[in-house]
Design a binder for this molecule. Sequence first.
Ligand SMILES: [Cu+2]
Length: 129
Amino acid sequence: MATDLVLPELGENIAGGDVLNVMVKVGDSLAKDQTVLELETDKATIEVPSSVTGKITEIKVKAGTTITWKNEGSKPHSATAVDKSFDTAIFQPGESKSATFSTPGTFKYYCQLHGTPDGNGMVGTVVVE
Ligand SMILES: [Cu+2]
């Protein structure tokens, strides 16, 4: 049975915030109280814990969301859409690249250097609703 993780009440004077970091990826096991999101509000940066134990099967974003990939490794990478709808091109350690998703859909991507368009190696999926 799938459960949607939704953002809890953040506190009295906090209406919302921007997601700074998604701390989990599809396939990860998740423990209750494990941090899933870092959220930046006008008051503070908040770590949002999971309310359940389970496994991440899907991460969804709303149409209009901008996603930033940060290269925190030691090698260059890319995030290149299989359908060519976005492409960060190859970027270096320490660099960040962004893409904005304006239309709903499921967008598979791969790293030009370490993955393939048919889903092997370094790949990912963005689900926009
Ligand atoms: Cu790569």
